[in-house]
Design a protein around this ligand. Sequence first.
Ligand SMILES: [Zn+2]
Length: 224
Amino acid sequence: MKNKITYYNCHTHRKPQSENEFCIRNAFLNTTAANNCNYTISNGLHPWFANNYSSSEIENILTNLAKLPKNLAIGEIGLDKMKPHFEKQMTVFLQQLEIAEKFKKPLIIHQVKAYEEILPLLRSYKGKVVLHGFQGNAQQWEQLNKNGNVYVSFGAAILGENEKTKQTLNAIPLSYLLAETDNAPLKIDRIYNTIAAIKQIPILELAQQIELNFRGVFGSNLNA
Ligand SMILES: [Zn+2]
């Protein structure tokens, strides 16, 4: 029987890996990549590169990218305490939040050891928020999700032996789950299968729910 599942990969740094994958490829602030692709993208300045652009460059480039129909989200953007220039990271993040709010775009968030700083900012964001590669626990997600708009995307971390990540996955309700491959060289169906096994639900049920969540976050007019 033909496998009818469409796999929704909400955050990857690669092109779609199979015909039945619908992906959002992270294209940073790269306008060339944005112009020459036939899949959907997200755009934003990653906190690791916060120092590489001036605020006027960010304003101009990101505003133009956000207007593209194939742009489905602003991201990955965020804060990372393990990397330098935290103050600049914050300035860049706030600027991109404003642009995202203006264009009513969902966010794809990269956050490492900056939970306290990011909490009030995400709580006051009016649109949908996706925590990509989330390393926190379910209590932290509940705090972030006070307004019911914060989704959690799981990727390669659930394939390993990290019990904490699996516990978090188990505690997040299905209606807030998304899946991703990020920069890992693997296919999204492996992430789906692993989530289904950990949550002990049929793969079809999981796929239907992720599709609903994905459409809820990124829009219902997707050509998938
Ligand atoms: Zn990424």
